[in-house]
Design a protein around this ligand. Structure first.
Ligand SMILES: Nc1ncnc2c1ncn2[C@@H]1O[C@H](COP(=O)(O)OP(=O)(O)OP(=O)(O)O)[C@@H](O)[C@H]1O
Length: 254
């Protein structure tokens, strides 16, 4: 059974059809990329998967459970995490507090035990803090744990977003343009980090990316969109040789 199954997904904004009957599978433990020219509908698809947009038709299931139309916090709790094209951190909070905030959806104790500072709640907070530190270490920024998140370098803010998403204990992580704004050295580190996410945590990865060098290097499977339609789906070699993909990216003489 596939980890993520998207069937005949349709999305419209007024008269504008943004996604046309999209179907594809994401197998567990595979690094997948979603590519396509600007405006192809990639981020809109992420927004449907995470519950930010309500599709007009079709279905999405995660680990065999239907998630179509569920609110974002329920989908996160079911094992789907994401990072954003434009970094969205709590800039005035510390780096560690940001990483801890990723586990909010797993917290079992409510407001009453928090106010009363009950022992069980204190133990849970300690565990959340330890896990936050673990994920900061995993992405390589534990030394900045007590700094203000907004004061981190751009590359480290991207790492922090990833740490926060991993802290929610996802089965599938969606990365929206993780290489945007990174230099060549940072892009190499990102490839290494994405591989470690899959190899060391078993989390399945689906990323949107415009940097074709990075996509071809890191992906095991690629889905290609153009004008809201899926035009190809396969290994990097197969997609690179596909005439519809070449046409979508380069255009044709006629
Ligand atoms: N909330 C919205 N309201 C109206 N139109 C929208 C909305 N969100 C997306 N669109 C439209 O849907 C289409 C697909 O946009 P989307 O951002 O999903 O493309 P994309 O492939 O992610 O592009 P890029 O690579 O430039 O980020 C565009 O025409 C966009 O203007």
């Amino acid at each position: 059974m596939a980890l993520l199954e998207v069937r005949d997904l349709r999305l419209c904004f007024g008269g504008l059809k943004v996604l046309h009957d999209i179907s594809f599978l994401v197998e567990k433990g595979v690094i997948n990329s979603l590519i396509g020219p600007n405006g192809a509908g990639k981020t809109s698809l992420f927004n449907c998967l995470t519950g930010f947009y309500k599709p007009k038709g079709g279905s999405i299931s995660l680990g065999g459970r239907p998630i179509t139309g569920l609110p974002p916090h329920r989908i996160t709790a079911l094992g789907l995490a994401r990072t954003f094209q434009n970094i969205r951190l709590f800039k005035e909070m510390t780096v560690l507090e940001n990483a801890m905030s990723g586990q909010h959806c797993r917290s079992r104790h409510g407001i009453v035990s928090a106010i009363l500072h009950l022992p069980a709640q204190r133990r849970e907070e300690e565990a959340i803090r330890a896990a936050g530190m673990h994920w900061l270490g995993f992405v390589g920024i534990a030394q900045h744990a007590h700094r203000r998140a907004g004061g981190l370098s751009y590359g480290d803010q991207r790492r922090l977003e990833l740490a926060r998403a991993l802290a929610s204990a996802p089965e599938l992580i969606l990365l929206d343009e993780p290489a945007a704004g990174l230099n060549e050295r940072e892009k190499l580190d990102l490839v290494h980090l994405i591989r470690r996410v899959r190899d060391e945590t078993g989390v399945t990865v689906l990323l949107i990316e415009h940097d074709m060098g990075l996509v071809m290097q890191v992906s095991e499977k690629i889905v290609v969109f153009d004008h809201g339609q899926k035009i190809a789906d396969g290994t990097p070699e197969a997609v690179r040789a596909d005439s519809r993909v070449i046409e979508a990216y380069l255009g044709t003489e006629d």
